[in-house]
Write a protein that binds this ligand. Structure first.
Ligand code: NAD
Length: 291
């Protein structure tokens, strides 16, 4: 069993660290929040007083932080100076592709092995240990990270070199955001034209308009399987998090000179919706903005 430093014990990291501890790993946990540290302790982790104390002596450092600036700060201010050569760094946060690539190269130059391993799946999947991990890094990094990630997830896929995990994540979520808007507007149009939404669902879900946003996550209450729409758009994947991922996709598209008009339009619509105070709702609530 490995000695693992786990930094960032929020909504996602709390459940993930608990799963590592439950599988018998020696998890040294740190978060700026005392409440998060208490929860990690109750879940079998050892709380530490600082990130440096958690990292010192660890074989593996796992991070689950808000954004690239937090991960870069952790690596540059603490991890590089406190880790033994060969230490495996696994960042599971969703961060910008440029920072993920830069940290992969920096860590390698310092004799460390870094992978970016963002996740698909929300708080429920983090707690249940059923996340999907998309991993960027060397073959060695992937091989070493895989059993650790398997203790927290149901699927672990090697996407490519450093940054490829983040690339897969933002391309997937850009597609999801645009697809949800398109699904929502199709339901709105169908209804305005007098078509019963359940009939439209029955037809489109077995026709060429079918998508995950329709058949697994329908934005209309009472249609399709139970989704956040049936719970007043509470829970699920927040508009604010979708907005974060659409912004990361737009930034990466600009850097790569890629044209992503649908992703850009989805970003504008989610920005307007969040500005109206709806950032805490599930992202399928965007249908309310399309009337
Ligand atoms: P969160 O805000 O609940 O947790 C982040 C934690 O990091 C907080 O507890 C905070 O105190 C801690 N933190 C911040 N800076 C720190 C530092 N310097 N040192 C130690 N701890 C620090 O966020 P979350 O929902 O757990 O998301 C974490 C990451 O996972 C994000 O990158 C997010 O985009 C990604 N993600 C979230 C979801 C989701 O459904 N919540 C789904 C997929 C991916």
């Amino acid at each position: 069993m490995a000695r693992i430093a786990f930094i960032g014990l929020g909504n996602m990291g709390g459940g993930m660290a608990a799963n590592l501890a439950a599988k018998g790993h020696d998890v040294r946990a740190f978060d700026l929040s005392a409440a998060a540290l208490d929860k990690a302790k109750a879940a079998g982790c050892t709380p530490e007083g600082s990130a440096a104390e958690a990292v010192y002596g660890a074989d593996i450092v796992v991070s689950m932080l808000p954004a690239g600036t937090h991960v870069a700060g952790l690596y540059r201010d603490i991890v590089y100076g406190h880790s033994a050569p060969g230490t495996l760094l696994i960042d599971c946060s969703t961060i910008d592709v440029a920072t993920a690539k830069a940290l992969g190269a920096e860590a390698a130059a310092k004799g460390l092995v870094a992978v970016d391993a963002p996740v698909s799946g929300g708080i429920v999947a983090a707690a249940a240990g059923t996340l999907t991990f998309m991993v960027g890094g060397t073959a060695e990094g992937f091989a070493r990270a895989k059993p650790i990630l398997e203790a927290m997830g149901k699927a672990v896929i090697h996407a490519g070199d450093a940054g490829a995990g983040q690339t897969a994540k933002i391309c997937n979520n850009m597609l999801l955001g645009a697809e949800m808007v398109a699904t929502a507007e199709a339901f709105v149009l169908a209804q305005k034209l007098g078509l019963d939404p359940q009939r439209f669902f029955d037809i489109a879900s077995v026709s060429s308009g079918q998508s995950w946003s329709m058949t697994s996550y329908c934005p209309l209450p009472g249609v399709g399987p139970e989704t956040p729409a049936d719970r007043g758009y509470e829970g699920g994947f927040a508009v604010a998090l979708m907005l974060k991922d659409l912004r990361l996709a737009a930034e990466a598209a600009q850097g790569a000179g890629a044209s992503t008009p649908m992703g850009k339009r989805a970003l504008e619509l989610y920005e307007d919706f969040a500005a109206k105070g709806q950032g805490g709702l599930d992202f399928s609530a965007i249908i309310k903005a399309l009337d």
